[in-house]
Design a protein around this ligand. Structure first.
Ligand code: FEO
Length: 165
């Protein structure tokens, strides 16, 4: 089934949102690196890769459906982060925001009675549950460590990351 004009536009916007998410997390990876928190930095480099994959999957879906694909501008991400906790809190809030964007796409698919796109989007719905949980876990980690306990938090995070591999 051909995508509706609104759906094609919203999917294009979501490609941009995912690439912006990648860039947003890349800025955080760089900030963690500057703070000397190498493991947190690595975790956010990995998040960058994940967001690129999210954007590419959407872009390919558009192309597979012969829908117009237009690459949009990606704005500059914030780079004046003050603390690890501030970064993770912002990342946590960002994932809630992205979940809202995905839910709006699902609502559009329902409105269009577009079952194929609806089922394609289910992957993103499930992914957002994981993304929110994962950022919540990181937030708990930095909050319980406090600014003085970040070296220990890095060790814990390294263990968590190797378990996920
Ligand atoms: Fe692509 Fe982190 O959501």
């Amino acid at each position: 089934m051909a995508l509706s004009e609104q759906m094609a536009r919203k999917l294009n916007d979501q490609v941009t949102a995912e690439f912006y998410s990648a860039y947003y997390y890349l800025g955080m990876a760089v900030a963690f690196n500057a703070m000397g928190l190498k493991v947190f930095s690595e975790r956010f480099f990995e998040q960058y890769d994940e967001e690129i994959a999210h954007g590419m999957k959407l872009l390919r879906y558009l192309l597979d459906h012969k829908a117009p694909a237009e690459l949009q501008e990606i704005r500059r991400p914030p780079q004046d982060w003050q603390s690890a906790e501030q970064i993770i809190q912002a990342a946590r809030e960002h994932e809630t925001y992205v979940t809202g964007l995905i839910n709006a796409l699902v609502a559009q698919a329902e409105q269009d009675r577009d079952d194929e796109t609806h089922s394609f989007l289910q992957w993103y719905v499930d992914e957002q549950v994981e993304e929110e949980e994962s950022m919540e876990e990181l937030l708990d980690l930095v909050k319980s460590a406090g600014p003085a306990g970040l070296a220990a938090a890095e060790q814990q995070l390294a263990a968590m990351m190797s378990k996920d591999e």
